[in-house]
Design a protein around this ligand. Structure first.
Ligand SMILES: [Zn+2]
Length: 138
């Protein structure tokens, strides 16, 4: 199953998932006031506009927080434990954050560390879905 076929969203975030399937990380910017929204919304809470323009960003940012998980979860058997989950403040998004799993050496992981993401896939509950993997930048 392709990653594209596995993600089904009828929500406002569908362009995000479509972007990941195409190899792009995208965020919505309100066409009315310019605010970047995440999670995606149908209507801007600031200005009331229903229009959003999605823009691509480079998947780079800073670790906002992280956690090491020592046990496995049902449905996520494809992840070998332990693994480190990150919340990353993505550059050029007005402080919006994305999650993902750390790959590579974890010795330099800390809050504020610079990380770069790549789009990978993960098998979750029998579906293959796009997911971000982050690596600490040297
Ligand atoms: Zn707005």
């Amino acid at each position: 199953m392709s990653a594209e076929a596995a993600v089904i969203s009828t929500g406002a975030d569908q362009p995000y998932w479509d972007g990941l399937a195409e190899g792009r990380v995208r965020f919505p910017r309100c066409a009315g006031c310019g605010r970047v929204h995440w999670p995606a919304v149908w209507r801007c809470g600031d200005c009331g506009s229903w229009e959003h323009a999605w823009f691509d960003v480079e998947p780079v940012g800073q670790v906002y927080t992280w956690s090491r998980t020592w046990h496995r979860f049902p449905g996520l058997e494809s992840l070998s434990a332990p693994f480190i989950s990150l919340v990353v403040t993505v550059d050029a998004t007005e402080g919006r954050r994305l999650t993902g799993i750390l790959e590579g050496d974890d010795a330099a992981i800390r809050i504020g560390a610079r990380v770069r993401g790549r789009i990978a896939t993960v098998e979750a509950a029998g579906r293959v879905v796009p997911a971000l993997r982050w690596r600490v930048e040297a």
